[in-house]
Design a binder for this molecule. Structure first.
Ligand code: GDP
Length: 177
């Protein structure tokens, strides 16, 4: 039987950014048989959520890690295995943008992630008064502290409504296959 190549994708970002909602939405969109759970009932990730999706030619295995400060120190244990990163930013929470950028800078400077493709998800764009996608793009994609070449894209999205998810995943698949 034809077996698809499997790639590992880490989903990172501060707690409450929408990582778990993003993973559930992605599984619901891409797995025809997956019934899904009520997205509004999701609470912040404390352990680890795992999910797989099959695209037309590859399988993606997602690891959604907890984003609370005390859990961020665990992120780097997973870097060596990862083929791509999705960094989720809560666009509706301007007050935590600096905190998110600091966690991001710490992550991106890790040598194990050199050259790994990065999708920045400007999430919660369905809410009013969001930080614009252009500001998030400039901060996270264009001003990376390590200056090392990697494929990077900022995707405007709502994990809750599903907007922007297909485009983001499509871009990622093209980068890593
Ligand atoms: P995590 O801690 O990063 O895993 O974040 P969750 O997925 O648990 O989401 C945190 C909260 O934000 C929940 O109340 C979600 O319903 C809400 N949320 C997540 N994504 C979106 C979004 O795109 N739009 C809106 N309006 N709320 C969202």
């Amino acid at each position: 039987m034809f077996k698809k190549d499997e790639y590992f994708v880490l989903i990172l970002g501060l707690d409450n950014a929408g990582k778990t909602t993003f993973l559930e939405q992605t599984k619901t969109k891409f797995n025809r048989n997956y019934k899904g759970i009520n997205l509004k009932k999701i609470t912040s990730t404390v352990g680890l959520n795992i999910g797989k999706i099959d695209t037309s030619n590859i399988r993606l295995s997602f690891w959604d890690l907890g984003g609370q400060e005390e859990l961020q120190s665990l992120w780097d244990k997973y870097y060596a295995e990862s083929n791509a990163i999705i960094y989720v930013v809560d666009s509706s929470d301007e007050n935590r943008l600096d905190e998110s950028k600091s966690a991001f800078d710490q992550m991106i400077s890790n040598a194990s992630l050199q050259g790994v493709p990065l999708l920045v998800l400007a999430n919660k764009q369905d809410l009013p008064n969001c930080v614009s996608m252009n500001i998030i793009d400039k901060l996270f994609c264009q001003e990376q502290s390590d200056m090392i070449q990697r494929s990077c894209k900022t995707q405007s999205a709502s994990a809750l409504t599903g907007e922007g998810i297909d485009e983001g995943i499509k871009w990622l698949v093209n980068c890593i296959k």
